[in-house]
Structure formats: C-alpha cells, structure tokens
Design a protein around this ligand. Structure first.
Ligand code: RRO
Length: 324
C-alpha cells in the first residue's frame, strides 16, 4: 500500500514565503541549528528559528539557569548570545550555505535597538523571515517585556517594519490579560504574523536549600505543562484575526500535538523543549504530523488550519490507530 503521507504536500506558506515543511525548531532550543545537524536533516524542516540575537554579545544570567519541573522546564538563560556581528559572520552563513531557511529571532532593549538589528539583517543571505522576540521573560525588568503592553509592542514592530522587507512575526507572551489586544496592536503596526507563545514566568524552590532553584529566581516555563495554555492563545488569536498566519509553539512533542495547534489555527509550528530529550524531535514530529494529516484526508497542510473552529456539529469520531 502506498504511504498516504507521500500524497501530502508538506510545504507551507507564511506571509507569502514558502517553507519546505510545517515544523520549525523553536527559538532558544537549538542555537542557530548547527548543533542539531548530527541528529536530523535540517533541510527537510520548515526552517530553523535561531536563538534571539542582540546587538552585543551577552553572557546571560548566572547559573543555575535551568530546572526541570513537572512536565516542563524553567529557564533563565537571559539572552546569552554572540551578538549580531558574530551571528552575521558565522551562524547565518552556515545555514545559508546548506539551503536551510533561517528565521532570525531578534531582541533588544528599545524599539530603536530592534530597528537597528533589522537594518543589519536587511539583505542577509539565507534570511527568510524575522521573529521579533518582544516577550523574553528573563530581562532586567518587566518594563522591557514589550509584549505586555500594546503600545510598547506596536513601537517595536513599527521600528522593525520600517527597516526590512522579509515577513516579520511578533512573538507574544501568554502572561498578559488579553493576548488578542497585543496581537491586534502588533498587526496594526506592521507585523505579518504572530509566534504564539513564549514561555510563562515561573518559580521553583529547592526544599533542601530552602532557596529558589534558579539564581535569577524567576524563569520561563516551557514543555508539555504549557501546551493547553499555548493552544488557548492560538485559538483566541486565530478566532480574532483569522487571516493572520500563526507560528504555534508550546509543549509540542508529537505529530498529534502539532496537529492540535494547526486545528486551533496555527499555520505551522515550532518544536523546542522536546529537543533536549530527543534532538531529532523536530524531524520526527514533522513526519508524524504529515502522516496524521494524510490519514485524515487532508491534501495540504493549510487545509487543516483552524478546522476546529468551524465545527457547528460534532464530528464523527474516527479511529486512526495509536500511531496516527
Ligand atoms: O534567553 C532567555 O532567557 C529566554 C528567551 Br530570549 C525567551 O524568549 N524565552 C525564554 O524562556 N528564555
């Protein structure tokens, strides 16, 4: 029998750019892709979303800055990175030379700094898209989490939009009263799409030392524990802005997890924390997702986007088998 997945076109289009597949690496979990290369063929994925790059090199926060929690992980990395010069000289060319689509994540302290980063990236070989990280929870002050303010988010997105032509996605935080309000503000300021979601702010306490586990005290929670929150955010944003493409992420470990995100309204997904236990996870998840889509009769990835919103009557439950 022919594998049904063979008939499914894996390509996805995000804001007019075509990517080879619907699964990307999530920012922060695979540096700029190079360290995952021994474990999977990065060229088969939609692309690599790089660790957020800033203007200057940064050591990040002191250790310990990672902690395992129930069904999740806390991190307080604090934007460690080589800075834009080294990134442009080494990381981006490495991806471009291999034909791997680069979605470059940028972060800054001010709208002006984001704009400057976008200007530096203009015309860079291999750059397919920008993910504007306005939602890192591990910055010096909550005032720097631009995604927590509709006006602050809009300032950053407008500054980036002015400088670059590639699609620009704003990465949103779930730690807000109304994520739709922030989403609308980003789109009105020029964002082509939205990455939903960044980590949730959390704390873990060591009951032996009687102190916080992370030296920074707070960190960003990721992994399966946050998947329902991420799906809720994707659902709300897609319901309010159905034509705006969403890159969905948060606790995806399997093709069926990824399928939930598509059905909630994401056009593509990123796999992050799962990489730490299984470095080949993005490729495996993509393969599982394509198989699951084909088994449900979809002829293209886009056909599944937002389908869960359209149900006016319960659908028949179909047994697809455990692996699908
Ligand atoms: O580097 C980090 O600490 C970090 C970033 Br930039 C982010 O966007 N989300 C996160 O959980 N950690």
């Amino acid at each position: 029998m022919t594998d049904p997945a063979v008939r499914l076109d894996p390509a996805v289009s995000l804001a007019g750019v075509t990517f080879r597949g619907p699964v990307f690496t999530a920012s922060g979990c695979a540096a700029a892709g190079r360290e995952l290369a021994p474990y999977l063929d990065l060229g088969t994925l939609g692309g690599v979303v790089t660790k957020s790059v800033m203007r200057a090199p940064r050591a990040g926060r002191p250790t310990p800055r990672m902690a395992e929690t129930a069904s999740g992980m806390l991190n307080s990395i604090g934007l460690q990175g080589p800075g834009i010069e080294a990134f442009l000289a080494g990381d981006l060319p490495w991806l471009a030379e291999r034909g791997i689509a680069a979605v470059v994540s940028i972060a800054g302290h001010s709208a002006q700094e984001y704009g400057e980063l976008a200007r530096r990236l203009r015309g860079a070989p291999g750059l397919a898209m920008l993910e504007v990280n306005i939602s890192c929870p591990n910055v010096e002050s909550r005032g720097q989490v631009f995604a927590c303010s509709a006006a602050g988010a809009a300032d950053v997105m407008a500054a980036v939009r002015r400088e670059i032509d590639v699609p620009v996605f704003a990465k949103l935080s779930p730690d807000v009263t109304d994520i739709v309000d922030i989403a609308r503000s980003c789109v009105a300021a020029g964002a082509d799409g939205l990455s939903v979601i960044n980590t949730l702010l959390g704390v873990a306490i060591d009951t032996r030392t009687l102190r916080p586990v992370l030296s920074a005290v707070t960190g960003g929670l990721s992994g399966p524990a946050i998947k329902p929150v991420a799906l809720r955010c994707v659902w709300q944003v897609h319901a309010a802005l159905p034509t705006v493409p969403i890159l969905g992420m948060g606790g995806i470990r399997s093709g069926l997890d990824a399928l939930e995100f598509l059905l909630a309204g994401a056009s593509a997904v990123s796999v992050g924390t799962a990489i730490f236990a299984d470095p080949g996870a993005p490729a495996r998840v993509q393969c599982e997702l394509l198989t699951a889509l084909a088994a449900r009769g979809f002829g293209a990835v886009a056909e599944a986007v937002g389908v869960a919103h359209g149900l006016t009557a319960p659908r028949e439950v179909v047994a697809y088998g455990d692996e699908l």
